[in-house]
Each structure stands twice: as C-alpha cells, then as structure tokens.
Design a protein around this ligand. Sequence first.
Ligand code: FE2
Length: 183
Amino acid sequence: MTRLRLFDDADPSAPRSDTIDGDEIAARLGRIGVRFRRWPAERTLAPSSSDSEILAAYRGEVDRLLHERGDTTIDVVRMRHDHPQRDALRTQFLREHRHVDDEVRFFVEGRGLFCLHVGAVVALVTCERGDLIAVPCGVPHWFDMGARPEFTVIRVFANPAGWVPEWTGSNIADVFPRLESPQ
Ligand SMILES: [Fe+2]
C-alpha cells in the first residue's frame, strides 16, 4: 500500500505524520519539493515481457513524462526475488546518495521504499504499482527494495550519466525503518 511517513531526521523512533491517502501524500511531498503522482498502471505484464514490450504497454504515460520533463532517455528496471545480485544491490542503494539529475521512477509492478532526506525531514515513501516519484537533483536519498525484491520501474532521464550516485558517507539509513519493517 502506498504510504508516506515523515520523520525528523534526528528521531527515527516514530514518524511525526503517517498517511496512505494519495492526494495527501502528493501534497505533503509537494511541500518539501518532491513531485509525486498516482497514475493508473493496470496493464498486465507477462513474466517474460521484454523491456520494449513494457515500454510499449505504457507508451502513453512514458510519452507524457518525456514531454512534461523534456527528458530524452528511458529504460526499464525489473527486479525479481531470485536476482543473483539482489543482496549486493540492496546494500548499495541503502547507502545515502544524491544525483546531479532528478531520479524519476514510475512503478508498474511491485513495490519499493524511497527514503528522501530533505533538510531536517526524512520522508519514507512506500511506492507501489501506479506511483510516480521524482527525487529532485541534489536531494540525499536511499532506496530499499527489500530482501525479496519484486518491482518493475520505468526510468526517465535527461542524461543517463546524471543518476550516477554520489555517496554522502552518512549511515542514516541504518536507523530508519526498512521496506519490510513492521512499524
Ligand atoms: Fe538514487
């Protein structure tokens, strides 16, 4: 279920707000400069669907995104629970980092936890199928795909080099809830 929890960055013990209302999530994230939207993502993808078939299924949404953002590059990341590098990839993206370009993700299958560190606020966004999130360039963040990752995202870029991670060196991610944390 799509969910937003906002924390003070110095207090990971309990969120200061917690909501599953899509409009409220968009409004609260908008107030800290993060764009979030819910789009219908109802196409059924076969396990064997290729990246080009996935992009074709969501051509209308992808074209809209490219047009709105002026981006030129798209691709697909499909992660499954039996991916041989899942543990290493999970560990890598649990380290706080930033990019020189926005990080735009449209979830068309599964889920993942985006964690954004905006000033003194930590926003934990559980993204599900149909969620579109844009992490602004320069905003420190981390991502948890969980121990058994299952998600497909469409990514759009202005420049494929723009999302290369710049690690902050902070271990803040270690003290905040993970995708599968019970709270
Ligand atoms: Fe990132």
